[in-house]
Design a protein around this ligand. Structure first.
Ligand SMILES: Nc1ncnc2c1ncn2[C@@H]1O[C@H](COP(=O)(O)OP(=O)(O)OP(=O)(O)O)[C@@H](O)[C@H]1O
Ligand SMILES: [Mg+2]
Length: 233
């Protein structure tokens, strides 16, 4: 049923608020995982070293193995806290946060990812968060579904819009077939579109089997004057 303008605006605002609440929750959990669990692990490492000195050398291998497993847990906790809410996004802005994200995804997946991000150094928080989450979900999709080797990500600031493109050279897909899926439909693409619409943005998805996928994003930047600094070229 078509909705009136006022009703649509109300729904968009509600969605925007829900997203902000979820981000705040993610931020809190990310800090708890990173700071609290991280400090506890640091204390465990110190006690382990003390114990290793007091026990016979024959226990050395076993202690070393325990240390290596704990180091792996530490690494995984760091990854989880970064995925939940990267501090760099709040502290330094979109371009450095995307740089870190693409490096981590590249390491994990083997994808070659190029990033060009010519946007103001700082954008309003809801714009930075929206764009970061979109790239995060798009890269997850590429790694999971595309069988691609390369991804190109571009963001630019034109007038009062940020324009973005995320393009892979993978297997592509039939958008109509995906939209017609019943029951098992994923939430990623729908989530991207809803996130964008809630802040006045738009998404178009271009994909064909065998010809890769490109997502094109437009979002009001919230910055209208020309007085801004380019973050990275
Ligand atoms: N870059 C891509 N390359 C190939 N296929 C893709 C790509 N992105 C999405 N798809 C296809 O579109 C479908 C829908 O993607 P979407 O992100 O909405 O859901 P999902 O990834 O299957 O599940 P979810 O995101 O909820 O975990 C995917 O199942 C996949 O078939
Ligand atoms: Mg997905």
């Amino acid at each position: 049923m078509p909705r009136g303008n006022g009703e649509y605006r109300k729904a968009s605002l509600t969605l925007q608020r829900v997203n902000e609440m979820l981000e705040e929750q993610s931020r809190r959990i990310a800090h708890a995982v990173h700071d609290e669990a991280g400090q506890l692990l640091a204390a465990v490492f110190i006690r382990l070293d003390q114990a290793a000195r007091e026990l016979p050398p024959s226990c050395g291998t076993c202690f070393q193995e325990i240390k290596e497993m704990l180091e792996l847990i530490e690494l995984q906790l760091r990854e989880i806290s970064h995925d939940l809410r990267p501090a760099v996004l709040d502290d330094l802005g979109l371009a450095p946060a995307l740089q870190c994200l693409t490096e981590r995804v590249s390491q994990r997946s083997g994808l070659v990812i190029s990033l060009t991000c010519s946007v103001p150094k700082r954008l309003p928080p809801h714009v930075e968060t929206t764009l970061y989450r979109i790239v995060q979900e798009s890269l997850t999709n590429v790694a999971r579904h595309a069988n691609a080797s390369q991804v190109e990500i571009r963001f630019s600031h034109e007038g009062d819009l940020v324009r973005g493109s995320i393009r892979d050279n993978g297997v592509g897909f039939d958008l109509n077939e995906v939209l017609a899926r019943k029951g098992t439909r994923g939430l990623g693409l729908v989530g991207i579109r809803e996130r964008l619409e809630s802040v006045g943005g738009t998404l178009s998805c271009h994909s064909q089997p065998g010809r890769g996928t490109e997502l094109i994003i437009n979002i009001p930047s919230g910055i209208t004057n020309g007085d801004w600094l380019t973050a990275c070229g």
